[in-house]
Design a protein around this ligand. Sequence first.
Ligand SMILES: C[S@@+](CC[C@H](N)C(=O)[O-])C[C@H]1O[C@@H](n2cnc3c(N)ncnc32)[C@H](O)[C@@H]1O
Length: 288
Amino acid sequence: MFTTFAKRLIPPSLHPAARQARDGFALTTRRLARRLRPGTFQLPPAAVAEVRRRLGRAPANLAVSRDDQMYAILVRAYGPDRAAVEYLTSGHGIFADLSAVVAAHFGGWDQIGSYVDFAAGHGRLTRWLLAERAGNRIWVSDVKPDAVRFQQRQFGVQGFVSATRPADLRAPRPFDCVTVTSLFTHLPDRTFAPWLGRLLSLVNPGGLLAFTTRPRGDKPDDFTFVPESEETILANGVRYTLPVYDYGAAYVSERYVAGALASLGVTRHEFRPLGLCGFQDLYLVTQP
Ligand SMILES: C[S@@+](CC[C@H](N)C(=O)[O-])C[C@H]1O[C@@H](n2cnc3c(N)ncnc32)[C@H](O)[C@@H]1O
């Protein structure tokens, strides 16, 4: 929008200096606009009332980060009013499916010794978890430092910043339960198995790793990587954008995942096709 504005104000010129000035102006106005936008906003009361009507509840904390791409992509798809409802109900869907897994494995969120939601974004799931009396056992991690900071500040959870390369991840402790929704849906083949291995290494004996993938669908191969994600679609000048060769769209079969796990010495897993919100495949791996 600001680039368009700058282009109108300073029409294209053959002279490189004028072009440079125009692009510099666009960048400055974008930065200024970012500074003026509040860092967080509250979800509209009408949307929250609609969520209460549908689900019988709503999270207590309704603050959303302006850098929350999960929210921004919904605004783009549905417009702001419906986006707020979709954001909360999709977060609740993730919460409900993971709650069933946690209930079966541990007996409930309050029974887990330590838990991390890895690639947790800006807390679409966390806000629902807060009512579960899991207290300071909840950790979150994301490669985006602002996402981790936002969650620590808003939700009082513990957090650590991840890394682009699995070998560079410094986790402060191991965990009884690690959940990873919508990260392997984006990883290239190059980092898929290495990230699985690194995350498995964070799980205590007897603990659980739950992660999701995007179904292969009608793609001809067991693994297909498309260089497109919400980051490339939005390109909206958020604080931290991910390179498309590290974070695109990955379509995978169970055979591919089983192979990746086998390469790490894991021979048993539970596969729940479309087990997350009827949308992503869910895999459960118990640490021996
Ligand atoms: C599609 S979003 C899902 C966020 C959250 N799980 C949810 O469902 O709302 C994927 C998240 O993965 C994070 N991510 C990407 N690469 C990562 C990495 N190497 N380590 C940790 N998080 C990463 C992104 O920053 C983003 O927040």
